[in-house]
Design a protein around this ligand. Structure first.
Ligand SMILES: [Zn+2]
Length: 450
């Protein structure tokens, strides 16, 4: 567990980092339960935010005797944290340490509304580094690797979390960053000369990078990258995108990531077998629950992940509502790890789902279909509009003018089969749609006020 991880040394080349990974789930659950009890007690004692929240829900600490009691604790939403920080600026009333103990300050990317501020103590940071190193080990990263971090170093915790893990593992950190004008071309030049063996970023950026390299007549396989790992977007878990990235770079594509609030965010991550993300529940305890009742759904069912820190000093979260959509299973992975698994990763969000003529449509569904058409670039937009009383869905894609005959019709048919509704297809010239080095925003809803 937390304390144990900190003292564990890197194992021999093929063994597990920690035997807890393949432990009987019941036994592991008992160990996690001990940590959760300590953590909830800590939170009760140090977080006015949670004490208020739980007291309002009629919970007193003495009530926490079983997992069942834990599952009755109310969920925490991003909105709860944002409102609390507005009321108790700047860190909110969930800051459980004195400000002098803060080691790092980060924040949400601030795409919607007021940004949220995150604080870490040194201990929290070390726990993240240890956790991420352990997960990186499971997908084959070794101290001999040179890791190119092609992600923005800013308040966003993604790049920093990757860097901390790489440093802890003892691999070579190559913190290149992203997001500056002309940086993609420089990234390509640096990769050609420095030959990193691993890459971290967002999947849409990796796809763009490969596209950009090819435009310069450079084969991305030339870089010699054997592992590409990702977070921030679902792409690395979408089979067609995964395949595309693996073909373009000639390395394996690893999906990972939970949410910034739940950092160590690599507690959701694939192993080298790429069978969907394992839930490393002894790093961050994760339940997949029904979106309304917030009770666990059975294995095999769809729900949204809730995250609880098993170790966090500065701003712990308990039963944090992600709003992501996934399906979980307890079927074993060839690696032997007994963690629950998300076979299709996180494939949508409750809030970027758009409802078009009564059908729920996700960008990941469109991405999957587009992946079947090698003539198309990987970029797309979904535009929802209303004509009279009728919703219209238009999918904007890009292809060379010399596309195969009948492709437009075939694409429209495949989309209809996958989405359950008819969508208009507009094929644009390559490069028309804006590329991003961060998170791609694919849905444009023009209906407003519905
Ligand atoms: Zn596995």
């Amino acid at each position: 567990m937390g304390d144990k991880i900190r003292t564990t040394q890197s194992p021999g080349s093929n063994s597990l980092w920690d035997p807890i990974e393949t432990m009987d789930p019941e036994q592991r659950s008992a160990l996690i339960w001990q940590r959760i009890q300590q953590q909830v007690m800590y939170v009760w004692d140090h977080s006015p935010f949670y004490r208020r929240k739980w007291t309002d829900a009629g919970f007193v600490l003495g009530d926490l005797k079983t997992w069942n009691d834990f599952e009755r604790l109310p969920v925490t939403t991003k909105e709860d944290l944002r409102r609390d920080q507005e009321e108790y600026p700047p860190f909110g009333s969930n800051l459980c340490v004195s400000p002098s103990e803060i080691y790092h300050i980060h924040g949400t990317s601030g795409t919607t509304g007021r940004p949220t501020v995150f604080a870490w103590t040194k201990e929290d940071w070390d726990f993240m580094a240890d956790s991420h190193a352990r997960v990186m080990w499971s997908f084959g990263l070794r101290p001999t690797d040179r890791v190119f971090i092609g992600s923005v170093f800013s308040l966003y915790i993604g790049a920093w979390g990757a860097l901390a893990g790489v440093e802890r593992l003892g691999a070579q950190a190559f913190p290149f960053g992203a997001g500056q004008q002309g940086q993609t071309d420089r990234a390509i030049d640096w990769m050609r000369s420095l030959k990193p063996t691993a890459f971290y970023g967002t999947p849409s950026y990796a796809v763009y990078l490969a596209e950009r390299a090819r435009r310069r007549a450079i084969d991305p396989r030339e870089f010699g990258i054997r592992i590409l790992f990702f977070s921030g977007e679902p792409g690395a878990g979408i089979p067609t995108t995964k395949k595309l990235i693996e073909e373009q770079f000639g390395g394996i594509c690893i999906d990972s990531g939970s949410m910034a609030e739940a950092t160590p965010w690599m507690s959701n991550s694939e192993c080298e077998h790429r069978t969907g993300m394992h839930l490393w529940e002894d790093l961050v305890y994760t339940e997949v629950v029904d979106g309304i009742s917030h009770r666990k759904v059975p294995f095999g069912h769809e729900g949204t992940p809730l995250y609880t820190h098993v170790f966090r000093r500065a701003q712990p979260i308990v039963r944090m509502f992600s709003g992501d959509l996934t399906r979980w299973t307890n079927e074993l992975c060839p690696c032997g790890r007994t963690y629950p698994r998300l076979p299709r990763g996180i494939y949508g969000r409750l809030d970027d789902m758009v409802t078009v003529r009564g059908a729920n449509v996700y960008p990941s569904q469109v991405e999957t279909v587009l992946g079947e058409f090698p003539e198309l670039s990987h970029e797309f937009r979904m535009v929802v509009d209303r004509e009279g009383a009728l919703d219209q869905l238009t999918i904007l894609v890009e292809s060379q003018p010399s596309r195969p005959e009948g492709m437009d019709r075939k694409l429209a048919e495949r989309l209809k089969a996958a989405l359950g509704i008819r969508a208009e297809v507009q094929i644009l010239y390559p490069g028309t749609l804006e590329r991003t080095e961060f998170k791609a925003r694919r849905v444009i809803d023009k209906r407003g006020g519905n």
